[in-house]
Design a binder for this molecule. Structure first.
Ligand code: BJ8
Length: 424
């Protein structure tokens, strides 16, 4: 990543610390991804992006900023990208997935905060992530308490806007979220200097829907008994989709889906017949958090689906493209986003129904429900998830982990034993 030294310096990054971070990435990419056999050729795009994750896309974002476009950094799949895209803005995900950033977050947050939040704050304060340096504004949201408080710190020296996410899904909550989207749209107009119109919002809705459809095509291929892509590769594609230009993302995912469909037709699988199929559910897996998938897939099973925000919650459900006024469009956005089943809602029966449906659709043999340490929302829902799965006779393993490697052997033992049971 040496070609980007000047860009990182200009961004005011801590070069010494950043060098240390960059040193660990190539070996992690090699170990987790490049060591796999029989990968789809179309993964070359994501291999390139991840190998220069702090270079290629940040350089593009800076070029776009020079043309006057604004970059919005987000932390949650509830923030409607469509509104930003309609105003010619750019959205980039900012959630931190590396242990490298956790101590920096711990310096200012309660230790009993989840690693995703600690890493995100550490990445900002430690000046070691270009995306945090580039974003012109951060968009937070009132999902979990940890995030709410972290935004107060994140917003100390960068513009920050927080969207107030409802806690329930009653009809009045859908209207409340619609109003919240309309208020956000005003902020986006003011910040970008561009007005939202029915036309540009419809175009943006279409762009993001096409991205969702392309991601869904890849996931549909994972439903096949002949498994054409590993869980690790699908996860990498998904993680990078949070940073990429949405139209290129759709193009690349469709290119991958073409190849996967062809593989299925030819009977090309990445795993031997009879390999146990795992659905992973729980908290999101931000880049470069590949620990769980790597352990599962190097223990003899295959991940075929993620019921996560870095998974099905990101692309399921489309926004109605037929609306003819901004008010109707905001309502259509609200209706789609409020179908996302995050554990911050009460009650959250929809997530259980999603998991049971996906077990069928993806021909799943067992479920691994994994939450990040100190995420009490997903940790508490484990009980309901496990009860519902057991009632249907689906084996389930509940786990908790963080970003360190200290529990890797213990996880490997528990996951290995679970797979052994599945193998009967
Ligand atoms: S819609 S899952 S992206 S909030 S793991 S930070 S919940 S303590 S990430 Fe999330 Fe939006 Fe929900 Fe999805 Fe808090 Fe839990 Fe940490 Fe979490």
């Amino acid at each position: 990543m040496s070609d980007y030294q000047k860009m990182w310096q200009d961004l005011g990054m801590d070069m010494e610390q950043h060098d240390m971070l960059c040193q660990v990435l190539p070996s992690a990419v090699g170990d987790v991804f490049l060591s796999q056999e029989n990968r789809p050729k179309s993964m070359d795009f994501w291999d390139l992006v991840i190998s220069e994750v702090h270079g290629i896309r940040p350089a593009e974002l800076i070029e776009e900023q020079k043309k006057g476009r604004k970059v919005f950094g987000t932390f949650c799949v509830y923030v409607p990208d469509e509104v930003v895209v309609a105003a010619n803005g750019i959205v980039t995900g900012l959630c931190g997935g590396s242990q490298f950033w956790v101590p920096g977050g711990e310096a200012v947050l309660s230790k009993s905060t989840c690693p995703l939040i600690k890493a995100s704050v550490g990445a900002r304060l430690g000046k070691t992530c270009p995306f945090f340096r580039i974003a012109d504004i951060y968009v937070g949201e009132t999902t979990c308490d940890g995030k709410k408080k972290a935004y107060e710190i994140l917003g100390e020296d960068v513009p920050l806007y927080v969207m107030d996410v409802p806690q329930m899904k009653r009809p009045q909550d859908i209207i409340k979220w619609k109003d919240e989207i309309a208020t956000f749209a005003k902020k986006v107009e003011e910040f970008t200097g561009n007005k939202l119109t029915v036309e540009n919002l419809n175009k943006a809705i279409h762009i993001i829907n096409e991205k969702r459809k392309a991601l869904a095509r890849v996931y549909n291929c994972r439903k096949s008994k002949c498994l054409p892509i590993s869980g690790r590769d699908a996860l990498l594609m998904m993680q990078i989709s949070f940073f990429d230009d949405p139209e290129r993302c759709a193009k690349m995912c469709n290119r991958l889906a073409d190849e996967l469909e062809e593989r299925i037709a030819k009977g090309i699988s990445v795993v031997p017949e009879g390999t146990k199929r795992i659905l992973v559910t729980g908290t999101p897996l931000a880049v470069p958090n590949w620990k769980l998938h790597n352990i599962i897939e190097t223990s003899g099973a295959a991940v075929v689906c993620e019921e996560m925000c870095t998974g099905t919650r990101y692309f399921e459900n489309l926004v109605d493209e037929t609306k003819e006024s901004l008010d109707e469009q905001f309502m259509a956005l609200s209706e789609r986003y409020m179908k996302t089943n995050c554990a911050c809602f009460t009650p959250n029966r929809g997530r259980i129904d999603d998991i049971l449906r996906m077990v069928e659709e993806y021909q799943v043999d067992g479920v691994i429900d994994c939450s990040l340490k100190f995420c009490c929302l997903y940790d508490t829902e484990k009980r309901a998830v496990s009860q519902a799965l057991k009632a249907k006779g689906v084996p389930v393993l509940s786990l908790e982990t963080d970003y360190t490697d200290t529990d890797a052997e213990q996880l490997r033992t528990r996951i290995g034993a679970f797979i052994e049971i599945l193998n009967g």
